[in-house]
Ligand binder design. Structure first.
Ligand code: PLP
Length: 372
């Protein structure tokens, strides 16, 4: 038998020492049970809108997949749709792709990067990959849910002058937002400190305010957007970044040969050309479904959190085990959050009132029978 020799090349950053870089093994099959309603990853599950997505997919020209993607027409279409120059845009594999490129383009070993916590998990991975020195700004458990004051962020930026701040607005998983004026103030302070500021708008337009128009005023601002949430296209992996043409040019330097694939481009092109109104109607249905669910939970005396994203939180208290057992054969959702500000809360992606109804019924039965 041939002896196997170990070969581990030297690395740019000491990945194994970074501590956080324990990615899930994607070769291990962890299929979600197809019989369940998937409300664990904030995808769009609105049947009316999904029928449009399926139709658009079915009508793609099959010949197009034979050729490398022609990205330019979509850049122009998207630029017109968002009302920015195509030079202010970069396409990527999901907003995650934009976030990864921001780190690759700008963050060097030892650079200080600010992350809020809890937040979208990939910021920490990319920060570790780049050997960044991350500082975590904690959401505290407040009466009305997770709280992080804009003053805290401002003081920290002024004190440490980080290279990059990553802030989802709305935040995931907390569902919180910074008010438009506060956010603009934070970005302005960041500019004064020579800090790049990434606003992650993956949940736009579930929360309708956007900082996109501010890219003209703030040359340090990069906005990441996604087709995964409101547009119902998580599987095709398409997102985009919006920033000044100067920052975007630097992001293009580190992108893959083709930003995304032909199917993603064809679907998104048609969706934004023809189905904007339907997408907004779907967002309305999902927000109404979320709010109806939260009201029903409150009526049962359960603690809920206000959310501006396409998801919401409820704490089942002493009924937790019984509620989880009663929902196990119907719906998949997040039961566990380690962050102190979300301790005890379960998170459900927003869905329609009709799809929430059986969930509400089951929870009501459990809570009425045994209390919470
Ligand atoms: C805040 C936030 N940003 C980014 C993403 C990544 O989304 P995608 O890469 O599918 O656009 C997610 C996904 O859940 C998210 O919650």
């Amino acid at each position: 038998m041939v002896e196997r020799t170990m070969f581990i090349p030297s690395r740019r950053t000491p990945l194994s020492d970074a501590g956080h870089l324990q990615r899930a093994d994607s070769r291990v099959v962890a299929l979600r049970d197809p019989r369940l309603l998937w409300l664990d990853k904030n995808e769009n599950t609105d049947p009316i809108f999904l029928s449009i997505v399926f139709k658009v997919l079915a009508e793609i020209d099959p010949g197009s997949v034979v050729f490398y993607p022609d990205v330019a027409p979509f850049y122009h279409k998207l630029a017109e749709y968002i009302d920015v120059s195509p030079r202010a845009l970069i396409l990527a594999q999901g907003s995650d792709g934009v976030i990864g490129s921001v780190f690759r383009a700008f963050v060097e070993p030892g650079d200080v990067v600010f992350l809020t916590q809890p937040t979208y998990a990939m910021y920490q991975f990319y920060a570790d990959m780049c050997g960044a020195d991350t500082t975590v700004l904690q959401y505290m458990a407040g009466e009305s849910g997770p709280q992080l004051k804009s003053e805290t962020i401002i003081e920290m930026i002024q004190e440490r002058r980080p290279k990059l701040v990553c802030l989802p607005n709305p935040d995931s998983p907390t569902g919180t937002v910074f008010a438009p004026d506060d956010l603009r103030r934070i970005i302005r302070i960041a500019l004064e400190a020579n800090t790049l500021f990434l606003v992650d708008e993956a949940y736009y337009p579930f929360y309708s305010h956007t900082v996109v128009p501010s890219i003209v005023e703030f040359p340090n601002l990069i906005v990441a957007r996604s087709f995964s949430k409101a547009w119902g296209l998580s599987g095709v992996r398409l997102g985009y970044g919006i920033a000044s043409p100067e920052l975007i040019a630097l992001l293009h330097n580190v992108r893959p040969n083709y930003e995304t694939n032909t199917v993603a481009l064809a679907m998104a092109h048609r969706m934004i050309s023809e189905f904007e109104h339907e997408m907004r109607a779907s967002v309305k249905r999902l927000n109404q479904g979320r709010d109806g669910f939260l009201s029903a939970m409150k009526e049962l005396g359960l603690r809920t959190l206000e959310s501006h994203g396409s998801f919401c939180h409820v704490a089942f208290g002493t009924a937790s085990e019984r509620v989880h057992a009663s929902l196990a054969d119907y719906v998949l959702y997040r039961q566990d959050f380690s962050a102190p500000c979300l301790k005890g809360f379960s998170r459900f992606s927003s869905t329609t009132g009709e799809l929430f109804a059986p969930i509400i019924d089951r929870i009501r039965d459990v809570v009425r029978m045994g209390g919470a």
